[in-house]
Write a protein that binds this ligand. Structure first.
Ligand code: ADP
Ligand code: MG
Length: 512
């Protein structure tokens, strides 16, 4: 079958955009690569499949089996020459997802197997079931242009105010160009947020929607819409100083500015921005000094008629660990929520996204998915990708049977998505200790073991980053968490009680 080939350059790695995504990113960025069976491989004798198998062995050690099945099993090695490994993937979205979440892991694994200078290239082959239509092939370089450590976008404030602000708005903006109004599907559940966002993008700082505060559950499009404002603005006015960031990056930068005696520069940098978009503002909770600094930044920008856009998982009044004066300012403009999409909108999303990827989904299949995947848009996207991958890579017929199989898999995965809090509750009940003590300072033996066990399970069952675990359990340092996990590992070698506890807990947590 004839294939059209094309080469395009992938824009710089996308931004982290939700608590969930962030935890995956942190996981791959912070974690040392775990290699259970290091071996010397003679890559000169290997072909693409051999090499890819070696890379996969490492990847398997570093992600859960569901993640491996969903993303890595579907990749097919094509060729290996001149230190360039080319692999086939089923859609452009697939590439973006890999780049956003597993870029660092892929790079490290390939470099480990094939040497520091090895590169990965994706070949997107969208196969049309209908032979009258051409397959579509696009080549995309993986981590080629990405700095070694960049799974997270660079921090916008580098300490050198002038260089950053005046030279390159693209660097400054940190926007992902995939998130635009044109591909944001509107429905009753997001109508107000989408209209207000568009109004703000047309007239930043000049509407009554300042700040524009968008809130809603995970995967419902908050990051998409917030970034669409920035992208729209920059398209109309490329010299506008638009910055997209999130409250965690803002906090890290502020702390670094204090450490490096650059608070004045930091302050000036943020006050020079025309449109400041801060995603996931809820993570400012409990960070009093940063909140205080942000309060003054907010006031300065607002007074100067600059636009502020904030997103959060809850409405302002429910942000309990945020300073009351900040909460009141968040309510000065417009607060708009995004709800879960209704059935009609889920149908529209399925149809639009599949068409964009070059697939025709029969209406009974679309309806089946829309009736069964009801949580959020991210899950719908995941289902579609899996479906498209099965059609193009496994040459499966598109039909209800396949849709049922995919939906079953996706539903299985979300069922298994435990939270760190659920783990702590289960462990506390097993050891019969109050769960809140796990986050406290008590050094009593049964509390310490329950705390260590919870940390160990959070790491091994859901892959939370050491930093994330530390934060959950009373703001402990990541080295303390590492030590706790190692302690449990040691116990497992010689302590039957701990072994038995782990067995029981693992069973109850994974067979819920
Ligand atoms: P949130 O920030 O609320 O967790 P995101 O903005 O990251 O959610 O959205 C999750 C995914 O779903 C993204 O890939 C986004 O493009 C997509 N998405 C969400 N809502 C819509 C929509 N209304 N139309 C098109 N895509 C959407
Ligand atoms: Mg988000």
């Amino acid at each position: 079958m004839a294939r059209k080939r094309d080469t395009i350059v992938l824009f710089p790695s996308a931004s982290s955009d939700s608590a969930n995504q962030r935890s995956v990113i942190e996981k791959t960025a912070e974690q040392q690569l775990h290699i259970s069976n290091p071996q010397n491989i003679d890559i000169s004798s290997g072909d693409a499949s051999f090499l890819w198998n070696q890379v996969c062995t490492i990847i398997k050690d570093n992600v859960s089996s569901q993640v491996y099945k969903t993303w890595f099993e579907l990749i097919k090695p094509l060729s290996w020459s001149d230190l360039l490994l080319t692999v086939e993937v089923p859609s452009q979205f697939f590439v973006e997802w890999l780049e956003e979440h597993y870029n660092d892991l892929l790079r490290k694994s390939l470099n480990h197997v094939a040497g520091e200078n090895s590169q990965l290239q994706y070949e997107v082959v969208v196969r049309k079931g209908d032979s009258s239509l051409e397959d579509r092939t696009i080549r995309l370089p993986a981590f080629k242009n990405t700095p070694a450590s960049a799974t997270q976008p660079a921090l916008p404030f580098s300490g050198n105010t002038h260089a950053v602000v005046s030279d390159s708005h693209e660097f400054l903006s940190s926007l992902n160009q995939r998130y635009v109004f044109e591909n944001f599907i509107r429905g009753e559940s997001n109508q107000l947020a989408a209209s207000a966002a568009y109004a703000v993008a047309e007239n930043p700082g000049k509407t009554r929607f300042n700040p524009l505060f968008i809130y809603g559950g995970t995967g419902l499009g908050k990051t998409h819409i917030a970034q669409a404002i920035g992208n729209h603005l920059l398209q109309k006015n490329p010299s506008a100083k638009v910055l997209y960031t999130n409250s965690e990056r803002f906090t890290i930068e502020y702390v670094q500015a204090i450490q490096n005696n650059k608070v004045n520069e930091f302050t000036n940098f943020y006050r020079s921005i025309d449109v400041l978009i801060i995603d996931d503002i809820q993570f400012l909770g409990g960070k009093e000094k940063t909140q205080d600094h942000f309060f003054h930044t907010f006031n300065a920008l607002h007074q100067a008629g600059k636009q502020l856009v904030l997103t959060s998982d809850k409405p302002p009044k429910d942000l309990l660990d945020l300073d009351a004066r900040l909460i009141s300012r968040f309510q000065w403009g417009l607060t708009a929520d995004i709800q879960a999409p209704d059935f009609e909108m889920r149908m529209a999303i399925i149809q639009k996204k599949s068409q964009d990827e070059g697939f025709e989904i029969p209406s009974d299949v679309a309806e089946y998915i829309a009736r069964n995947i009801t949580g959020n848009v991210r899950e719908l996207e995941g289902t579609l990708i899996k479906l498209m991958a099965k059609i193009s890579l496994d040459s499966r017929e598109i039909g209800l049977d396949l849709a049922k199989e995919v939906v079953r898999g996706i539903a299985g995965i979300s069922k298994q998505q435990l939270s760190i809090h659920e783990i702590a509750l289960e462990v506390a009940s097993y050891y019969q200790v109050p769960v809140e003590l796990l986050s406290g300072k008590t050094r009593k033996h049964e509390i310490v073991i329950a705390r260590q066990m919870s940390m160990y399970l959070a790491k091994s069952l859901i892959g939370t980053s050491l930093k994330g675990i530390g934060l959950h359990f009373g703001g402990r340092d990541h080295t303390t968490v590492l030590h706790s996990c190692q302690t449990i590992d040691n116990y497992l070698c010689h302590d039957v009680k701990v072994r038995a506890a782990l067995d029981v807990l693992k069973k109850s947590l994974t067979h819920r």
